[in-house]
Design a protein around this ligand. Sequence first.
Ligand code: ADP
Ligand code: MG
Length: 399
Amino acid sequence: MSSFKTLDDLGDIAGKVALVRVDLNLPMKDGSASDVTRVEAAKPTILELAEKGAKVLLLAHFGRPGGQRSSVLSTSMVVGDVEGVLGKELMFIPEVAGPVVAQSIGILRNGDIGLLDNVRFWPGEEANDAEFAKAIAENGDFYVNDAFSAAHRAHATTEGLAHHLPAYAGRAMGAELKALDAALGTPEQPVAAVVGGAKVSTKLAVLENLVGRVQHLIIGGGMANTFLAARGVDVGKSLCEHDLTDTANRIMDEADHAGCTVHLPYDVVVSKEFAANPASLRTCNVHEVAEDEMILDVGPSAVEALGDVLKTCKTLVWNGPMGAFETEPFDAATVALAKTAAALTQEGSLTSVAGGGDTVAALAHAGVKDDFTFVSTAGGAFLEWMEGRELPGVAALSA
Ligand code: ADP
Ligand code: MG
């Protein structure tokens, strides 16, 4: 893992101005946040800086204002929610640079926290404009990035600021990077990857990267259908990208050469209609799917065998559910495999890292979210990391 500075590397920061990039892009319902997980994640960093006497200025984006001010997309909308989590009052500052920010800093006492307005009100943010970053940097003494979820974007406050101020990874950012490194950077082998979800096309780059890095590639979900079809299986009415069967075959060849075993289901749960507990529900061998049936989950025998594969592994990285888990009973394979992974993690034999919007929901549904070694809530950034791409926000911290 490339090295980066953390809050441990800060000297005396009493009275210094910390510019802290956090993720406050909270889902809203009726004027307040419906989920404050992102604030909880940034809380240790914010409070640590405040307790050490810094004047903490929070930088965040909120929605997609497209480079213009918009009253409903002001970060002032989340002041109450952030205060609730932090247990401290915030000073809202309706700018990100310039004299209004400078005056506000004059009013803040050491250990106080200010929230700057939505960084995306200014076109310079998404353009990663150096002048814009410099103008923000002028009011700060150092920069802390605690928003891993935005690290796949090279924007002024996620990347550019690191070129104008001493830059540090916040606590959440540091924990995320450590977990991701343990899963795919320098993992203990053998490594298993579970890749599921709806479509191969959205995860091609992920698959290509993984075949060269893991010993076991477990493919489930809708994407398994495309791989099964590539192997000559008739998948009936299943979700399947028939135009990608050549690609699927190429990935399986690459896996072969790299010594990676690809695991596809050999039994499956099928139904004629996509509904909860349908009358036509049955479990069958993959070669017995009728032309009017759809594969909606991995079968119980395959799940058991996959559990045995995990027992031989030291590391697991997981993205994508094994079946259409939102609809019962097509959550069974995802839940069973997640429980096996969680139990192995708790026994200490497996390091397990998972991420992806639906994956986090599926693990929560299985009741094992807290039993994995690390669950990343960063959707896009997590996937780009699984693709093996360098994230600009992370690279800038390592420079
Ligand atoms: P993530 O958000 O974790 O990256 P994806 O968005 O790629 O995951 O995929 C999740 C979706 O895949 C879920 O909505 C799930 O219902 C769907 N899915 C999984 N297996 C199947 C299947 N066999 N047929 C149709 N949809 C499926
Ligand atoms: Mg998704």
